[in-house]
Design a protein around this ligand. Sequence first.
Ligand SMILES: [Zn+2]
Length: 999
Amino acid sequence: MYTALKFSLLMLSLFLYGISFAGEDIPLNKIDIQVDLEGHKITGTSRISLPSKHTANVALSGLKVIAASINDRPLVIGPGITMITFRPETADEVLMIEYEAEFRASVGTYNSKNPGVVEGNLINPDGVVLIDKWYPAIDGLSLFSLTAILPREFEAVSEAEEILIRDKTGTDREFSFVFPHPVRNISLIAGRYLILKDTFNETEIFAYFLPEDKGLAKTYIEYAGKYLNMYEKLLGRYPFKRFSIVENILPTGYAMPTFTLLGRDVVRLPFIVETSLGHEILHQWFGCLVYIDYESGNWSEGLTTYLADHMYRELKGTGWDYRKQALISFQSYVRPENEFPLKSFTGRTGRVSAAIGYNKSAMVFHMLKNQVGEETFYRSLGLFIKKNKFRSASWSDIRDAFESVSGEDLGWFFSQWLEGKGMPKIGLRKLEMKYTGSKASVRFELFQGAETYKLSIPLLLRFRDGWMRRNFVIDEESTVVEIETEELPVELVIDDSYDLFRRLSDKEFPPVISRLLGDKKKIFVIPRGKAGEYAPLADYFKKEGFMDKKEEEIKYDDIKSSSFVVPDAETGWVKRLFGEIESQEGDFRVTVKNNPLNSRGVIAVLDSVSTDDMTGYVRRIPHYGRYSFIAFRNGKNIMKSVDGSDRGIRLKTGKEVLGIEIPRVLSIFDIIKKVSGRQIIYIGESHTRFEHHRTQIEVIRELYKSNKNIAIGMEMFQKPFQQALDDYIAGRTNEKVFLKKTEYFKHWGFDYNLYREILLFARANKIPVIALNISKKIVSKVARAGIDALTEEELQEVPEEIDLSNMEYRKRLKKIFKMHGNSSDRNFDFFYEAQVLWDESMAHNLDEFIRKNPERQVIVIAGAGHITFGSGIPARAFRLNNIEYSIILNDGAVERDIADFILFPSAVNAPESPELMVVLSEEEEGKVKIVGFARDSVSQTAGLKIDDVVLSLDDTKIRSVDDIRIFLLDQRKGDEITVKVSRRRFLFGSAVMEFKVTL
Ligand SMILES: [Zn+2]
């Protein structure tokens, strides 16, 4: 802002007064203030002198100028003027500004997206925090001389090598701060501190703690000594005479030259001495000794994070995990539309800038260290510090230091990581392995996305015994690599130590809270009918960037594209994705799971004893960004964990060859004995293989011998027909009625002879048979259009809980799906939903029976696909009832975990019912018409014709095709039967005719 003053100053002549510092001319700002705690204000003077031929803008915003002069010639500065230009005329001109400033506004609100940073100043009877614009300031570096008059009971700190105190009046003392180095800003912190002091290697370490926290001071000083020792070894002598740890009444985490200012809530956290304290101490070198040239980007946070927070983990052997966490954060929060290059980072303003300026930047220093080697890395930093102390340094000063020590041209490195955006995406493909005489060779292609980077890729080859590591430099889209080895590897792993800034593979990316917070599309699910109850929570999440959606309005496309928060584990919608969420301890819990339909999205389920508690707890969720599960009790975190994820990009080179031990082959009866203690026994089948059904009845008969209390669950019947099954087993109906009423031929259709023995045995012994299946039309509808497509009525038939999270099962089903020539992902999602819905229905129907009949042992008969590996029915039923089970399969490949036992029965021919060898149609209600004949048809030979309507077979009236099937069940080949038909004759109407057919 310009004023009349500017013009008056312009007319002054050019005899300039300069101050010299280390050969450079530096402005001087001498500030003397008096603090009035009750009035929340300071009054003071600032005397500014400039070096020769300099002009400076003096910022006055927030200050009330009382008087101003240049060498006692008064200047008039009107109210509301926030900047003046000082252009001294003579060498010894001093601009004097007498001013006052009030800082009573409340400051220091905590921001969960940017903790540790507070704007504004504070003066009150508890303390003084002056950091921002509290004196007339000029741009760039100045030398400062500060005195402050404060009440006797106050201690004060500022940027100072030395602090001199003298009595002023009976109630006040004057503090003079000596800091003989140019610096951009100074601050003044004062409070009712107790001071503890120690000396370390000629450096005085002070702790300024509030009386209630004085017990912490000793620990802080000890740790400060350790950190100074560590960094002096790495970077050279600590640059100042004193260092202070100052407790702040505001929630800050700052480093100023000669001290660190830590919020009181922060210093009380037990882990701060192990993390943040060291970080702030390291800033004494990076930021407080070597200043940051913000114009060209802030390099200091990444470097400090790397050599502090990261290094402490590296020293404990978990540096790789720290780096992986850094990548998870980056990948969670940074998206193409909010990303900026590292060189544009100036300071942390939220999660995105932190992910770039701290996480990515630390990874860049890690790669730089690996590029030049550890020794060169620290020698380069030493040179960088030496050349740039007390001046503003930029990324290019870092590059200069590294190039001059290493002798390498590092232009490509700095431009790749400072100017570029995005992350390299690396993979391995076209693997070929072969034996070459006494050795082996492994050949493959390393590839990256179309955006190419120059990268040194660490590769681990794992052998059955031992391992081997190699690095490959790639700078093209794909690079072929060939390695000679002693034997063939069992696994290849890329970058298992997270040495590269790169995109994580899906398997390395666990479901964590930060992914939820960072997703672009996030939905807060309002549980059905509970909009009122959850309104305060919905409001909170809306402010966090979530969209509201009612449970019943969430569609397939939402799930496919978003992340979710569901505030109630009992929500039907959650149960349709994950089944039951396991209940845990605590009164508030957050469980984050991968979204089964969206590989980049997550679903967080909140679970709380009361809705009121939740509003307080949810605010704390952002602190736990790296976790998949957190639990609280009485406001305290009691549990936190991260779901397992792969370490490195892993490629298994082949399935291990498995074999079985022949002496362990058992007879079916040995096997039955072994499973007889289990309450549920699954026996898988291929539907048309009669020998499979034979083994089923063997198992049933044998178990029945020792336990009369058994039941049989069958996939072959649908739940709506349970009553018809019960009536048949109880002897209230005959087989004919039973088959008609269960619509067996319509819904299942396989030759009834395959299952007849089992049902006859059940009926003879009154063994309950459970209709496990669901209507086929629901399964087909879901496979076509997803669960969304089901009507309210159809939804009644399907279970509320559906667990879609078994990714191995999904993978196996995908293979089957692809074999059937379907390729669209959308179709596969529906196919998968349908398959799981089907399994879940059967598991629920089984569970329902067991709940009502807890004493019954159940033998479940179903297609092998619903049983192998337990992923179809067995594990789902187990989720519902925790009852141990055994799986017996008929035939099939021996694979680990596929079943408990596999039977290998020899082929057996099923009793075959003879056929009429006609094609039938039920065009009209109750009329079965012949519409075609099979080749060499016995019926055609007997004289039957097309369009004949079949009236009866022997004495059995025929009103449906089922009637014919049921009649034929009990006939044998070679039997002669009488077929009565009605035949339409031209002009003469219909006639009833009889034929003898030899089957
Ligand atoms: Zn920092």
